[in-house]
Design a protein around this ligand. Structure first.
Ligand code: SF4
Length: 378
């Protein structure tokens, strides 16, 4: 079955019923496997109620696979919000266009001030974030990315869907990675929560990660907002999407992010349940078994105690000391923010916790000059 057919031929009810029927033997079979040896049935077993009594064994497998592929490293990144303008009406987001509040787009001097403030905190990996607005177009984004690259070794871009040509341009500008989240793979829910604007086009959004990879961006991020749609269905769909992309774009690195629905100015709630802390842990560990090499990102949306508990079991990248409003690092102004964060510790405090867990905080994990051809003549 092809990837896109899977979405039309499978329902949340089918996935849920299978998960409820899983037995211990299904979980034990899944635990023997990892990576491409794992089938969708195995993944459902690891996300089933039957798997909860095997959490220590799943945790051990997830821990060892993560250390095998990523060592003890936990990589730091920080989001920098450039603009809170947005042309979309998303029912779960503080930047949604129906919220009547003043919008801000940082000018180049303000971006520079933010980058300096972030750099002082020790970061070397910055993720430039905007709402989705044509007023914050490719020229502006390329200028911001160029400036960021003069100060940071790793630059990401989390913005609206761009044209193929503009993705190629961003790749040449030196953008290292682009997260682009589907939010929910469940089309009916997707259409209920994306009420207006370009993002309301489900199929266009679904096709975009492949376009980003095709344009030559080194790393592409997939993600779902857990609790927006039926979470087991969303996690399985995300895993299927990831596997399809990993096979098709084998030179590209992929990451996954699974933020949980958080309060914000626009939040209209959801008719679906947000996974509990224990299910959240189980989801991360199951995805680690599904793809031993995928990077797993954990944001400051989650409370500090839970973040600390999750760190050893699959997570590879975390944000710290985050602000979710434009100008949030260098300016005192309070502006419209995208959502509330829950881990308010400083990056240094989090680095100390990482070391206490026997892991290694990494501030710089890539230098673009390493991509340049080298003279290897003796
Ligand atoms: S989720 Fe993204 S597209 Fe939707 S309102 Fe928020 S910033 Fe805009």
């Amino acid at each position: 079955m092809s990837w896109s057919n899977w979405l039309t031929e499978n329902s949340p009810e089918r996935i849920e019923a299978q998960a409820q029927q899983c037995r211990e033997i299904d979980v034990l079979r899944a635990l023997q496997k990892a990576g491409h040896a794992m089938t969708e049935d195995d993944l459902i077993a690891l996300l089933s109620p039957a798997a909860t009594s095997h959490l220590p064994a799943i945790a051990e497998r997830s821990y060892h696979l993560t250390r095998q592929h990523f060592g003890h490293n936990i990589h730091f990144y920080v989001p920098l919000y450039l603009s809170n303008r947005c042309a979309n009406h998303c029912t779960y987001c503080g930047f949604s266009r129906h919220i009547a509040q003043k919008r801000t787009t940082l000018n180049i001097d303000q971006i520079h001030a933010e980058l300096r403030a972030i750099k002082k905190r020790g970061f070397n990996n910055v993720l430039l974030v905007t709402g989705e607005s044509h007023k914050v177009g490719a020229d502006y984004l390329a200028q911001a990315a160029n400036l960021a690259h003069t100060m940071f070794s790793m630059v990401g871009l989390e913005v609206q869907s761009l044209s193929d040509k503009d993705y190629e341009r961003m790749s040449h500008t030196g953008v290292d990675y682009i997260p682009f989240y589907q939010e929910t793979y469940h089309q009916h829910t997707y259409e209920q929560v994306h009420l207006a604007g370009p993002k309301a086009d489900y199929q266009h959004r679904l096709a975009t990660p492949a376009r980003i990879a095709r344009a030559g961006i080194r790393k592409v991020g997939l993600g779902v907002l857990l609790g927006l749609g039926p979470w087991r269905y969303d996690v399985i769909a995300l895993a299927r999407h990831l596997r399809w992309l990993e096979k098709k774009f084998w030179r590209t690195t992929f990451s996954v992010s699974l933020p949980r629905l958080r309060p914000c100015a626009a939040s209209q709630g959801s008719s679906y349940q947000t996974p509990s802390d224990q299910w959240f842990l189980q989801i991360i560990m199951a995805l680690r078994l599904w793809s031993p090499t995928v990077e797993i990102v954990l944001s400051t949306r989650e409370p500090s105690q839970l973040r600390d508990r999750l760190l050893p079991f699959g997570v590879t990248h975390i944000s710290a000391g985050s602000s979710t409003q434009p100008g949030g690092y260098a300016e005192a102004n309070v502006r419209l923010r995208q959502f509330d964060i829950d881990d308010h510790r400083t990056p240094q405090e989090i680095a100390t916790v990482i070391r206490k867990l026997g892991l290694q905080p990494v501030w710089t994990d890539w230098r673009s000059e390493l991509s340049q051809p080298m003279d290897l003549s003796l």
